[in-house]
Design a protein around this ligand. Structure first.
Ligand code: FES
Length: 146
C-alpha cells in the first residue's frame, strides 16, 4: 500500500474503532499506559478453556496512532491463544499499520499490543489459582521486550 493508504487505514480505525467498549464480567482487564504522554488503554478479554481469546474489547484515550493500533490489534488477536499473543512479533502489527508511517511513533503504535502481551504473560498463573486477571495500571512500555 502507498503511505497515503496506510494513513487512511489508520484514520479509519481511529474514527471507527473496532471492538471498542467494555466486556461485562471479563476474565482479564488490564490497563496499559504510555508514561511519556499519559495516554491509556484498557483491554477486556474473555478467554476459553484453552486460553484462546473468545472476545476482546478496548477502551482508551490517546493519539490517533495508539487508538488505531489498539483497534487493529483487537481484530488480530480474536481467536488466538494467549501464548500466540505473547509470541506475536511486533512486526506483524507494525507492517499492517505501515512501518514507514509509524516508525517514529512506535511507543504509540504498540500501546495496545504491549498491554495485551502483559495480560497474556500474567493470566495463566492467575488462572492456575482460580483467579481472574483484573489489574490496575500496567505501564505498557515497561513490558516491551524489544
Ligand atoms: Fe501518547 Fe501516542 S502520544 S500514545
Amino acid at each position: 500500500m502507498e503511505r497515503s493508504e496506510y494513513i487512511e487505514f489508520l484514520l479509519d480505525h481511529y474514527n471507527n474503532p473496532r471492538n471498542r467498549g467494555a466486556i461485562d464480567d471479563p476474565d482479564i482487564l488490564v490497563n496499559g499506559g504510555n508514561p511519556g504522554c499519559g495516554d491509556v488503554v484498557s483491554m477486556y478479554l474473555k478467554v476459553d478453556d484453552d486460553n484462546r481469546v473468545a472476545d476482546v474489547k478496548f477502551e482508551g484515550k490517546g493519539c490517533t496512532i495508539s487508538m488505531a493500533g489498539a483497534s487493529l490489534i483487537t481484530e488480530m488477536v480474536m481467536g488466538k491463544t494467549l501464548q500466540e499473543i505473547e509470541e506475536m512479533p511486533y512486526a506483524d502489527l507494525i507492517d499492517q499499520m505501515g512501518e514507514d508511517v509509524v516508525k517514529s511513533r512506535l511507543r504509540c503504535a504498540t500501546l495496545g499490543i504491549d498491554t495485551l502481551k502483559g495480560a497474556a504473560r500474567e493470566y495463566p498463573s492467575r488462572k492456575a489459582v482460580g483467579q481472574k486477571l483484573i489489574q490496575p495500571i500496567v505501564l505498557a512500555h515497561t513490558l516491551s521486550t524489544d
